[in-house]
Design a protein around this ligand. Structure first.
Ligand SMILES: NC(=O)c1ccc[n+]([C@@H]2O[C@H](COP(=O)([O-])OP(=O)(O)OC[C@H]3O[C@@H](n4cnc5c(N)ncnc54)[C@H](OP(=O)(O)O)[C@@H]3O)[C@@H](O)[C@H]2O)c1
Length: 365
């Protein structure tokens, strides 16, 4: 029986984790749960799963992640709050099921070095990375030609370039397939989320920026692909349901039959692929720019995005200003190579502050 700690158990991913655990009672024992503020739901979860420890707020996450009895820690909190507990769990040699992509976006090099040092497996929950992780079981690292991340084509992606200036938060909420929170919805619309995924893939799979590419795949059936040197392209196809990826991470390295999600009947389905819209969405370049510069730059990309998304949400800047604010902040940053955790955290905060002052200037012009 796997002993599991779920950080962020009251969130979308956390609740889906518990749904799977509920469906496979003999396979898992929940030993730790946490929320930020939703104590009512946490109380219900405590009654049902009877964990050994629980946490409320960011201060408790490291203690939970370090629990001696834990075999696996699911990191499904939001943003930078996932970084310290992920490092703590890695240093105790725990397996990590990682949903909080920001952990690898801001500190991927450092986190993966620690994971290798402490023999901790990191299994991604993000659908694209789970698809790559699964497809990578077909070959060796030195046989990879490139990783191809897929991206969908929602209503914003279908707009003409000149229409993007008037995009509102209401347009962004009108998403076709995945159900997600406001920050990630805005990041998906600007394509910054895809940039984060590029950074995540670079560190998780130890590939160079040149070995990562992006294609548009409007049907949401193929969830990313690995092209090997011999020309074979291996992929993962299935329903766009996060529960499939969470189940894979929880059971890894085994596979079990589906109980909480459905499979797909491919008969009559079409798969198509289109060129990625780099020209229309400048946000798509920024992840590549950040990993080419390296060091503290990805943390700066993340910090600037936090500030820009908040200003867009508060209706202070336009949709198309978001990548501009981030690019300007990145251009003004002096990179520290081989950064320590302290350098990374400072760079992230610097970027938020710089981006906010740039936004104030824009508003006054
Ligand atoms: N949802 C998706 O489809 C999806 C897909 C791929 C990756 N992800 C990534 O997975 C992560 C979780 O996403 P989600 O959609 O599950 O988010 P969510 O619904 O907002 O849930 C986040 C969870 O973390 C807790 N939390 C938030 N801030 C915290 C803090 N500062 N300290 C401690 N706990 C905190 C929340 O507590 P409260 O309940 O009190 O707010 C909640 O339990 C994100 O990084 C996201 O980018 C999500």
């Amino acid at each position: 029986m796997k002993h599991i700690v779920v950080l962020g158990s009251t969130g979308k991913i956390g609740k889906a984790v518990l749904e799977i655990v509920r469906a496979y009672k003999n396979e898992f024992k929940i030993i730790g749960l946490s929320t930020n503020k939703n104590k009512d739901l946490l109380r219900e979860q405590i009654q049902e799963f009877k964990p050994l420890a629980v946490g409320v707020g960011e201060k408790d996450l490291v203690t939970l992640a370090s629990m001696q009895q834990a075999d696996m820690v699911v990191v499904a909190v939001v943003g930078m709050s996932g970084l310290a507990p992920t490092l703590a769990a890695i240093r105790k040699g725990k397996d990590i099921a990682l949903a909080t992509k920001e952990v690898l976006v801001v500190a991927g090099d450092l986190v993966m070095k620690e994971a290798r040092k402490h023999n901790a497996n990191i299994v991604p929950i993000d659908s694209e990375h789970s698809a790559l992780f699964q497809s990578l079981q077909s070959g060796r690292k030195n046989e990879i030609k490139r990783l191809i991340l897929t991206m969908g084509k929602g209503p914003i992606a279908k707009m003409k370039k000149k229409e993007l200036r008037n995009v509102t938060i209401k347009d962004i909420r009108n998403r076709p397939v995945w159900d997600m929170g406001s920050k990630i919805m805005i990041d998906s619309a600007t394509c910054l989320n895809k940039s984060f995924e590029v950074i995540e893939a670079r560190w998780l799979f130890e590939v160079s920026p040149e070995q990562i590419s992006i294609v548009v795949h409007p049907e949401y059936i193929c969830h990313s692909l690995v092209e090997y040197k011999d020309g074979s392209i291996i992929t993962e196809l299935g329903t766009p349901d996060m529960k499939r990826y969470i189940q894979y991470a929880l059971f890894y390295p085994k596979r079990k039959e589906m109980r909480v999600t459905k499979g797909i009947d491919l008969v009559g389905k079409k798969l198509s692929f289109e060129k990625a819209p780099f020209e229309k969405f400048p946000g798509l370049h920024l992840g590549f720019d950040a990993i080419k510069k390296g060091g503290t730059m990805p943390a700066v990309l993340h910090g600037a995005d936090e500030a820009a998304v908040k200003s867009f949400y508060d209706e202070e800047i336009a949709f198309v200003d978001i990548p501009q604010v981030i690019k300007n902040t990145m251009d003004s940053h002096e990179v520290t190579q081989n950064p320590t955790l302290k350098n990374i955290l400072e760079a992230e905060i610097w970027a938020q502050t710089y981006a906010r002052s740039f936004i104030s200037q824009m508003k006054n012009e």
